[in-house]
Design a binder for this molecule. Structure first.
Ligand code: CTP
Length: 396
């Protein structure tokens, strides 16, 4: 698969104790497929050394207006290279400079020059944050289209518990990736929109109990990430699980098979492909109780179940010439069962995986799988779920 050029995030780090968290932000952005360049103020370099960022990013770290003798107009090249600019942590000082258009060092001149979308994640003492000057400056930035994330509330370096903390890192990464111009994220699937179902479903017995399964959601989430990295617009219909969905993907959280069906049909109306990786419950309680069942008062000897709608089969029925891919989790006769599922459900391909192995299937990081279509069976080597997801997406 031809790889797209990774979008470039210019991460601006200012002088604040939360600067150490910027190291983790670099990692999280890289995980989302971003190339990260770091620009720091001299004060920031007192909290975290440029060597750390250079090692993490494998890029030169910019600090001073005159520190790159090979680049005659450093602030302009930085400003132009960035597909998105993230200032995290952003001090009251840089916020004030941006609001006033002050350009007296490398960071402020770059910020004044850039045409890229800008995300600001403020972090400072609560008194500085709530000061009228800062609030008015923030208002100015928001009015100009700058995206603001946080600050959060919690323990601050000064010892207070108040608003002013750098907000949750996943929120910062999500805001940054989703601020990218979709044209920047070009790849082999640019122009396509893909529905991915993932995770388990929970079928309620009563308000506190449910029927579920062991799906972790990892495979589907990696598929959503791989499709996004290939340039597709992705809708992820996700059952209950603990994994944070990838940034830049539209995630619809659902609980039951019925909710997953409705959300999938709704999203598929606007999609060019679908990949059904969810472990959907095949049966659901016919009459879930609307109060907690008491074993002394209402002994549950028999739980009456009804079959759920097969989402993969339903999408295949309405797909026309769009491509629909399903999964088959099997413990034995893996490819035989997968071939039968392919015919029964009417999809274009089934990814058959062997969940009997210790290194494959539910909750694992690797999968042993086969690509099953009406024209034959292709065996994949044992792959990480991320690598398998990239293979599957490349088939589209
Ligand atoms: N699937 C679905 N909706 C359901 C059940 C399954 O969309 N109600 C999809 C899954 O997302 C997967 C494929 O069908 O892509 C196969 O799921 P699997 O549980 O392996 O197959 P089943 O049809 O449930 O067959 P069985 O449990 O008998 O193996």
């Amino acid at each position: 698969m031809a790889q797209r050029k990774n979008p470039c995030v210019l991460l601006c780090v200012t002088g604040c104790i939360a600067a150490y968290k910027s190291c983790e932000i670099v990692r999280l952005l890289q995980k989302e497929g971003m190339r990260v360049k770091v620009l720091m103020t001299e004060h920031a370099a007192r909290f975290v050394g440029p060597t750390t960022f250079r090692a993490l990013t494998h890029e030169k770290v910019a600090i001073d207006l005159f520190d790159d003798p090979e680049d005659p107009i450093h602030h302009i090249s930085l400003a132009q290279e960035a597909d998105v600019v993230l200032i995290a942590p952003a001090t009251a000082n840089i916020i004030a400079k941006m609001a006033q258009g002050i350009a007296d060092d490398l960071m402020s001149t770059t910020l004044l020059a850039t045409k890229a979308p800008v995300v600001v994640a403020p972090a400072m003492n609560n008194g500085m944050w709530t000061a009228s000057a800062t609030q008015e400056n923030m208002e100015t930035l928001r009015r100009r289209g700058v995206r603001v994330v946080g600050p959060g509330t919690g323990y601050l370096a000064c010892g207070d518990v108040a608003e002013g903390r750098l907000t949750d890192l996943s929120e910062i990464v999500e805001a940054t990736v989703s601020s990218l111009d979709p044209d920047v994220v070009s790849g082999p699937l640019s122009g396509s929109s893909i529905l991915v179902t993932a995770g388990p479903t929970h079928e309620p017995i009563d308000p506190v109990r449910f029927i579920g399964n062991r799906s972790s959601g990892k495979m589907g989430i990696e598929l959503a990430r791989a499709a996004r990295n290939a340039g597709a617009r992705v809708t992820l219909v996700l059952g209950p699980c603990d994994i944070i969905p990838p940034a830049g993907v539209k995630t619809v959280h659902v609980e039951t098979a019925h909710e997953m069906l409705e959300a999938s049909l709704d999203a598929f109306a606007r999609c060019t492909h679908a990949i059904c990786a969810a472990a959907v419950a095949d049966y659901t309680p016919s009459r879930p109780a609307n109060h907690k069942l008491k074993k002394t008062l209402e002994p549950l000897d028999v739980l009456e179940l009804k079959e759920t709608v097969d989402i993969l089969a339903e999408l295949s029925r309405v797909k026309g010439d769009r491509r629909v891919i399903g999964f088959a989790a099997e413990t034995d006769e893996v490819c035989d069962y997968a071939m039968r599922k392919l015919e029964r459900k009417g999809c274009d391909a089934i990814v058959a995986n062997d969940v009997s192995r210790a290194d494959s299937g539910f909750g694992r990081d690797t999968n042993k799988a086969w690509w099953v279509t009406s024209s034959g069976i292709e065996e994949f080597p044992l792959l990480t779920k991320k690598a398998l997801a990239e293979r599957i997406v490349s088939k589209l």
